[in-house]
Design a protein around this ligand. Structure first.
Ligand code: WT7
Length: 656
């Protein structure tokens, strides 16, 4: 069992908000009924919900197929189109309802209705078809957080193409890696994205990625959305402007009807080893998860709510709670291209005030950063439109939770701390507002139908008051179907034999179950870091460092950080001469940071780099990371070091 982080404030508890409960989608009775049904009739529970919430072109007769576990199939013979469910069915009822309120970095606002969004999607989808994009083709989307990114994703869904969005902050090299793994033939990008008052080129990274791939480049066409006044290189043979592509396209594009299990998208995420994993999601099951969590966890009231999830479409949160969730329930949402601190730290509060946001969903790292800059700043704005607050991506410390609750939510708004993963597609553990009691820092309990639990290695269920591996014991509709191109890795990563005997979905997190039945996420059990809610692999950063000509060896550990949750601490052994010191060390550290930005992206840049003549290793040559973790945290080394081959190295690594 990994080391236990302190679990704080398990005694501080808030009763469900009564006023909220009177209007909530899920009443305690309904909630209990759902939970009961999931226990007594698991397949029927999901089948009825899928029937009720999804518009199927052909209804399913089979609910769950477990015959080839863990390759589960849901609603297998059902047929649907996800984009139809997100757009057409709302246009039929209420075409002029606002779908998206977009605010750019510089503060320009553009609104599109459901009808307008459907037209944009259809014209672009027809453009894709003209370029010969076919059902099942992979399309990389490397775009700013924008209406156009949503249009591109929805257009892929409309024609049955499989999108793979790559976060705009990833480097050319990371982009190239993903293009290769997905074997994508098409790429959709923009000249640049604008964040924090600066234009950050995207097309230039695409060109560089294609250069890296050179003869192995599978990309046949690059679609470029022009957003800034800046010049960008344009290759007539390969590139096509977005505006030229859609110029003469019809705004009618019949949605391609696909099987429920047809892959909707691939999204790459970091694992503990090797290259990023292409998490593959389905159409029907994923859509169901997005819809239900919008209803249950966010308590969405499409007719009156203004929903705002601040996550970029490059992450799963932006897939499920920007592109698919809000649209599938016909809600109005805000999309913001910029950053929370530009032009100043009031931006979020100002936008909530301006757009009358009622449901606000963001990351603890943003809350901590804004709280630290000026805890009283939100008081200058009218935040009375808010009725529900949410967090995602990492544990929220009770102090930040309390500030969010008191200063932002004015003690009126329930907080939903949602635990889930790229792989689960949508929320798994979360309070249900109006129903659940909450404790600051706890993600409370599994939502209806999710059979989450904690177990030990042998698969024994953890008792209240203990820690264990967080697992989900029954398959659920929104879970990943496989790792793209790598079914073996899917089985080994998520259904490992050594934890629970391969029977359960093993999340990779450990959790504490307290005596009141509340879940507390303790952290990853593998070498995955969580920096500002972004998931990174220590191995990936180490491998990138080792590629630098000056580096002989590197080990990366994390260290707790006030704002980012975790920060990245790298130990590096240089090639040749003795370890660099003073200015020399600073220069090389700077060079290595820039290197990481190029190799992976700015989010993976080490906060601290320490040089040594060697790393602490066992006699068999294994790096003793737990010692490095202690050094990074400035802790006394209390661990057993009897197997350590070179104890003197510890003293050296302790000093800069
Ligand atoms: C990992 C998944 C889910 C969308 C964003 C991250 C951590 C996520 C919480 C939370 C504590 C959390 C876990 C998980 N995590 N939400 N509410 N409390 N930890 O998705 O990049 O796939 O990362 O983020 O460690 O395994 P992801």
């Amino acid at each position: 069992m990994p080391e236990l982080k302190s679990v704080t404030n398990t005694k501080l508890i808030f009763a469900p908000n009564e006023k909220f409960a009177q209007q909530a989608n899920l009443t305690p009775e309904k909630y209990n009924e759902l939970n009961q049904k999931a226990i007594t009739n698991y397949a029927g529970f999901w089948g009825d919900l899928a029937q009720e919430h999804i518009s199927w072109n052909k209804s399913f007769t089979k609910i769950l197929d477990e015959s080839n576990a863990p390759f589960y199939k849901w609603f297998e013979d059902g047929k649907l189109n996800v984009s139809y469910n997100c757009l057409d069915r709302h246009v039929l009822k209420n075409p002029n309802k606002t779908a998206i309120i977009f605010e750019s970095d510089e503060g320009n606002v553009r609104k599109v209705t459901y009808k307008e969004l459907l037209d944009l999607v259809c014209r672009f989808a027809n453009g894709l078809k003209q370029l010969d994009v076919k059902k099942g083709d992979r399309v990389i989307i490397y775009m700013p957080h924008s209406i156009e990114a949503v249009v591109a994703m929805q257009a892929c869904a409309r024609i049955g193409a499989i999108h793979s969005v790559v976060f705009g902050g990833f480097s050319a090299k990371s982009l190239a890696e993903r293009i290769t793994d997905a074997n994508a033939k098409y790429l959709i990008t923009a000249d640049a994205q604008t964040r924090g008052g600066r234009n950050l080129p995207l097309k230039a990274s695409v060109d560089e990625a294609l250069k890296i791939l050179s003869l192995n480049n599978p990309i046949k066409k690059v679609i470029v959305n022009k957003r800034t006044k800046e010049e960008c290189y344009f290759n007539e043979a390969l590139d096509i402007w977005w505006h030229d592509l859609i110029k003469n396209q019809s705004d009618i594009c019949e949605a391609e009807i696909v099987d429920s299990e047809h892959p909707l998208f691939i999204l790459y995420t970091s694992g503990s080893t090797g290259t990023p994993k292409g998490v593959q999601h389905s159409s029907g099951g994923y859509l169901l998860g997005s819809i239900l969590t919008m209803q249950w966890v966010f308590d969405i009231k499409p007719e009156s709510d203004i929903f705002w999830c601040t996550a970029d479409v490059g992450w799963i949160t932006g897939h499920s709670y920007v592109c698919y969730g809000p649209l599938s329930v016909g809600a109005t949402q805000v999309i913001f291209e910029g950053i929370p601190t530009y032009p100043d730290a009031a931006r979020f509060w100002q936008m909530i005030d301006r757009h009358k946001v009622s449901i606000f969903y963001t990351a603890p790292t943003a809350i901590r950063a804004l709280l630290k800059i000026d805890a009283d700043l939100p008081k200058q704005f009218d935040l009375s439109s808010l009725r529900l607050l949410g967090t995602v991506g990492e544990p929220i410390n009770p102090e930040a939770w309390m500030w969010y609750y008191e200063v932002i939510g004015k003690k009126r708004c329930p907080i939903v701390d949602t635990w889930w993963q790229t792989e689960t597609g949508c929320h798994m553990l979360s309070p249900i507002p109006g129903v659940s009691k909450t404790k600051p820092g706890s993600c409370v309990s599994p939502i209806p139908g999710i059979m989450a639990d904690i177990i030990d290695e042998s698969g024994n269920t953890g008792k209240a008051g203990s820690d264990g591996y967080l697992v989900i014991k029954r398959p659920f509709p929104s879970q990943l179907r496989t790792i793209w191109n790598n079914p073996g890795r899917y089985v080994n990563s998520y259904f490992p034999k050594d934890i629970g005997g391969g029977k359960y979905y093993v999340a990779g997190d450990s959790a504490h179950l307290d005596n009141d039945g509340f879940f507390w996420i303790l952290g990853r059990i593998d070498d995955v870091l969580n920096v500002s809610g972004h998931r990174l692999s220590t191995m990936e950063i180490e491998s990138a460092l080792a590629l630098h000509p000056k580096v002989a060896e590197a080990a990366v550990v994390s260290k707790p950080h006030d704002i980012k949750g975790e920060s990245i601490f790298a130990f590096v052994v240089c090639r040749g001469k003795a370890r660099p010191v003073a200015a020399d060390a600073e220069n090389i550290a700077q060079e290595l940071r820039q290197w990481i930005v190029k190799e992976i992206g700015p989010i993976a840049k080490p906060d601290e780099i320490r040089f040594g003549d060697n790393l602490p290793k066992t006699r068999s040559g294994k790096i003793m990371r737990r010692l490095l973790r202690s050094i990074a945290r400035n802790e006394d080394i209390t661990q057993d070091i009897s197997t350590l081959e070179n104890p003197v190295i510890l003293e050296q690594l302790k000093s800069k």
